[in-house]
Design a protein around this ligand. Structure first.
Ligand SMILES: Nc1ncnc2c1ncn2[C@@H]1O[C@H](COP(=O)(O)OP(=O)(O)OP(=O)(O)O)[C@@H](O)[C@H]1O
Ligand SMILES: [Mg+2]
Length: 399
């Protein structure tokens, strides 16, 4: 059918034509935003889910919701190679300058700018910070110790007071939260705890891979009081059907039930895969209704595309030993496995692959669903590993 009218939207963070199954989380976000605006105590949330389940899309919706209700927002994507302060600096600066311009001179806003200037003095910026100059004196001794756990709470408290002074709440929206260093996560939690205690209108809504739950370990008791960790998962069959059928219906196209069920089976309801299968099947099908044969004809094209894109970009970041580890996991099947069983497949002991496993968790490839268990963060990655390394263990590198 006409590819120009193809409604599906495979991609990282691309808004789907129909955002299904996330109503409850969006409602929670709405309530949290409104309560924080009023200075009421409220637990925020960190949505936890595997690759391609729709975390970024959800956060983008939350951001739009916050913008529309008068929040100042910062959308940050945590990054393995960048520090949290470095990521925060341009956003906090933009928000403070905006608050500064929103009315008569405010001592709270000016103080926040001075504290921010102090804070900035401690941050190494990889991009040079050319345009970040601020025409104000730093507040010596505030947020400038260089210890993020001490400085971030001070910065947030100053920012929160500036927000009160202007009657404008602030939302920090953080994606890929699992990439924060442990110390940064702890600093963030302490900073949010501080503003929550003071009833300041500054909140965070975030998302990350399942390892974020463990990452909040050191500040665990604070984290539990501040956040819930709702799971964002594959869509239940009913929502998955709607995700496919509604965009097609808007173009006056239908799916035969058998075609629909085949896609649900192949994708296991994972949003990213639903979009890919929807997209390719649409282009392959000659006319409405879309038939099961169209799905079957499109499937090899989808697999090729996934192998060259979604899976491949992750595979290319791995060392030979890491590839071997994941290949051994794939050999055991898609479900979580005991670390001991994986080591055994590799012909070695759990101790000797410990660092390898930790590295893969840091890279966001695997996580530990329960103590001693290991699972993929990328749905269907086991099948991909078997396709890309078919002759394993013959082609295995030394582990
Ligand atoms: N609720 C949904 N219904 C239908 N499609 C969705 C839904 N949520 C996300 N998608 C689609 O799934 C794909 C992946 O979404 P997104 O990039 O937000 O996932 P993610 O969880 O952030 O993945 P990653 O962990 O790789 O960053 C996009 O193509 C998006 O359009
Ligand atoms: Mg994402």
């Amino acid at each position: 059918m006409d590819p120009i009218r193809n409604p599906y939207a495979p991609g990282a963070g691309t808004q789907p034509p129909e955002l299904t199954g996330r109503g409850e989380l969006l409602d929670r976000a709405r309530v949290a935003l409104e309560r924080v605006r009023l200075g009421r105590p409220e637990k925020s949330f960190i949505a936890v889910g595997l690759r391609g389940v729709g975390k970024t899309v959800l956060l983008n919706r939350v951001r739009r919701m916050a913008d529309a209700s008068g929040y100042r927002t910062a959308f940050i994507e945590a990054h393995e190679q960048k520090s949290l302060p470095e990521l925060l600096v341009p956003h906090v600066r933009r928000i403070l300058l905006d608050l500064d311009q929103r009315g008569a001179l405010s001592e709270q806003v000016k103080r926040a700018l001075r504290v921010f200037k102090s804070f900035m003095g401690t941050v190494k910026l990889s991009y040079g910070g050319v345009d970040l100059a601020l025409d104000i004196d730093p507040e010596r001794g505030a947020a400038d110790s260089g210890d993020v756990e001490a400085d971030l709470p001070e910065l947030f408290a100053a920012l929160g007071r500036a927000a009160v002074a202007r009657g404008v709440p602030v939302a920090l929206i953080v994606d890929e939260l699992q990439y924060l260093a442990e110390r940064e996560m702890s600093a963030l939690i302490m900073a949010l705890h501080r503003v929550a205690q003071d009833g300041l209108p500054l909140m965070m809504i975030a998302a990350g891979l399942p390892q974020v739950v463990g990452l909040s370990g050191r500040s665990k008791s604070y984290a539990e009081r501040l956040f819930d960790f709702p799971a964002i998962d594959a869509l239940p069959a009913e929502d998955a059907r709607t995700a496919l059928a509604a965009p097609a219906a808007a173009e006056e196209v239908e799916f035969e039930p058998a075609a629909m069920e085949e896609i649900i089976r192949l994708t296991a309801g994972y949003p990213y895969f639903l979009q890919e299968w929807g997209y390719r099947t649409w282009n392959t099908a000659p006319a409405s209704p879309i038939r099961r044969d169209d799905v079957l004809a499109a499937t090899p094209l989808v697999i090729t595309r996934l192998d060259e894109g979604f899976f491949r970009v992750r595979f290319d970041r791995l060392t030979p030993r890491e590839k071997s580890y994941l290949r051994a996991m794939a050999e055991l099947g898609p479900e979580p496995h005991r670390s001991g069983d994986i080591a055994e497949r590799l012909g070695t002991g759990v101790q000797s692959v410990g660092p390898l496993r930790s590295g893969l968790i840091r890279k966001g490839m695997i996580y530990s669903p329960a103590h001693g268990d290991t699972a993929f963060t990328v749905p269907l990655f086991d099948q991909f590993m078997r396709r890309i390394m078919p002759r394993w263990p013959m082609e295995a590198h030394d582990v």
